[in-house]
Design a binder for this molecule. Sequence first.
Ligand code: HEM
Length: 417
Amino acid sequence: MSLAAAEQEAPIGAWFDPLDAAYLEDPYPYLTEARRAAPVFFADSIDHWVVTRHRDIKQIFRDPPTFSAVNANAPLRPPCPMAAKALEDGNWRAVPTLANVDPPAHTRVRRIANIAFTPKRVADMESFVRELTVRFCKERLRDGHADLVADLAWELPVLVLFRILGVDDREVPRVKEGSWNRILFIYGRPSESEQVKAAHGMARFWSIAESLVEARAREPRDDFVSTLVHTADAEGKTLTREQAATVVLNLLFAGHETTTGLLGNMFNRLLADRQAWSDIVADRSLIPNAVEEILRFDSSVIAWRRRTTRATDVGGVRVPQGANLLMMLGAANRDPDVFADPDRLDIRRANAREHLSFGNGAHLCLGAPLARLQARVVMEEVSSRLPSLRLAADAKPTFAPNVSFRGPLSLGVVWDA
Ligand code: HEM
């Protein structure tokens, strides 16, 4: 795929490919072209209908009876028989539970998850996030150059999540390995042998969630997993072990990978814009809105999925029943009908918060307050400690090959030591 092909006026559905190398490097020109070409189109490359406009995506999020979330965690490419067997042999027992079920089943689980993931539990994390950031700055950002992903963004969110969930810090490598396999398996286009390898990794990932749930079922502590396992619904029923382990598994992925991506995107974009960076250094009250603008301008989740339960119109285009939709949040977040001069980063943008990066409606991201808190605190500490921070001349970020999750895998920076 290239924009040159678009210029030759080939139908967009024939060339649009969100797993193409040029798209992964910078999806935004492609998303702009897609939004301009058609509000909705079928992309041959991924067998999904692609939706690009803010108002259409918001309407989809707000209409669960027509747009089911059942496919939210389904592999983009169905598993080959060997990969399916690897999951089965590895005792993979995840069941549709939260992100990929519709109301009323979703409502019940979401209530229990809300009780476990209280605003207080999140707010209590502020001092720990600050403490960790200061520690990483002192220990790892010392010699005038660093990789902000490897030295800060990669580990900080997972340690914060572990504190909430009640997971031992020694699990970081296993959880990170599980997350990488999940990205490739579900949101990428792995070859059959890569699928089998990732499936083995997913099964190992499942066993971490399952053992944690078993342990807290036996011996509860003051943590999220214990509350999740022991909280009953209105009828006095708790989640099954498989349901609880599935929620934990999803959090062991969504609860840190997304924030690592957000921190990477935040530094990548703000350091490239010297005026924005020096304004933040001079006035930290700009940070909360700058975080919203980064979520709009370069989110760590740029696409999400739904499936139609009946034939329906989306943006005036007829879409059949059972159609898999890929909602391009990254395109909605730069829709000129909602955001003036959308391709400009503006940390003072008044309506930055209208982005759709956390979804909307019933499934609105459970961890949004935690992600916002971490981005704010990390930015406060790093901008005040390293005001001369800038991107290294040779910084050329690369991104994981998948349709949904986006953040630099490394980010070279320098400063005046
Ligand atoms: C920048 C960081 C993050 C972004 C951009 C993000 C984005 C999203 C999106 C797009 C959805 C789907 C919403 C929908 O279907 O309507 C979602 C759901 C979810 N997110 Fe996040 N997320 C982030 C961080 C987190 C964190 C830190 C956690 C947990 C600690 C988390 C947990 C969840 C859960 C559990 C759901 C499913 C909610 C449900 O189905 O009711 N996310 N997130």
